[in-house]
Design a protein around this ligand. Structure first.
Ligand code: X90
Length: 276
């Protein structure tokens, strides 16, 4: 059986070494420019355009046809999307699923709503690779991944909530004051796949140790960690060092946010995906 994993670009992954994988881009639209979140994206250009542009900007999710094109000719597709509570990506994937399955008898698509984004999607994708390679059946893989999702989390510190508020992804009252005077928000992806604020902190250092204290409350106990950042490699390293010293963890994987996560998790932000 020919397996494929397909995710949308909010996972910040372009390829998976030694696995049949494709990604479907979301779009960031600034003025008349469409930044397609694929391998050709010029992230610096996007961030520079955004910082100098004061008008409206927005994002859009993949169409069902884009998902179908990415499914290719696989017999079994595991499709991982950004949270359905903040994006239409998962709905498009479900439309693609029923079209693909009805056009190709015997083929099967499993849509996995990450209820999250970025590094937590990478944890799910890595676990899918492990499960597929273990040789268990597709239905068993799906059931196991649904259980695994209960153990994975996404915590973050954000430097601004402007783009989230302007695009109606959070309540705009929440966004007030964040970013001004170095106020950072520390939050997490809720069980429903929405942005759940946990604390407000002044300055990066306080925000990082605040995030660590919330990880402790969540009974983080040395599982895998993946960190992504927007234009903040030093912050990501600092967070990695803190996690290593506080929890005796080896080393997190550090990744850069691409267009979609970089647009909403504005420069200076850090996302931490971990297994509890
Ligand atoms: O369909 C679209 O246009 C995409 C909309 C995506 C909106 C949310 C993106 C969040 C990106 C920000 C911090 C993490 C929040 C996680 C909450 C589940 C990253």
């Amino acid at each position: 059986m020919n397996y494929k994993i397909v995710s949308d670009s909010s996972a910040n992954l372009l390829e998976l070494p030694a696995f049949n994988f494709s990604t479907v881009p979301l779009h960031v639209i600034v003025s008349d420019k469409d930044f397609v979140d694929n391998k050709d994206l010029n992230l610096d250009e996007m961030l520079n355009t955004l910082s100098s542009y004061k008008g409206k900007s927005s994002t859009s999710c993949p169409s069902a046809q884009e998902w179908i094109d990415a499914f290719g000719d696989a017999d079994v597709v595991f499709c991982v999307t950004i949270t359905s509570n903040l994006s239409g990506s998962c709905s498009s994937a479900k439309v693609a699923q029923s079209m693909y399955e009805s056009e190709h008898t015997g083929r099967k698509v499993y849509v996995i709503d990450s209820l999250s984004t970025g590094p937590e999607m990478v944890l799910i994708i890595d676990k899918l690779v492990e499960l597929i390679n273990s040789g268990i059946s597709p239905d068993e893989i799906f059931a196991t991944i649904c259980e695994y999702q209960k153990e994975t989390h996404l915590y973050f510190t954000l430097s601004s909530l402007d783009n989230l508020a302007k695009n109606g992804r959070i309540n705009s009252i929440l966004a007030k004051g964040i970013g001004i005077l170095g106020i950072k928000i520390v939050g997490r992806a809720s069980d429903m796949g929405t942005l759940e604020p946990m604390d407000k902190c002044r300055g990066d250092k306080r925000a990082y140790s605040c995030l660590i204290s919330h990880m402790k409350k969540c009974v983080y106990n040395g599982g895998r960690v993946i960190i992504s950042h927007t234009n903040n490699p030093s912050g990501a390293n600092e967070m990695n060092e803190l996690i290593k010293s506080e929890f005796n963890y080896n080393d997190a994987i550090i990744m850069e946010n691409r267009a979609l996560c970089g647009y909403y998790a504005e420069p200076g932000s850090i996302l931490v995906g971990f297994e509890a």
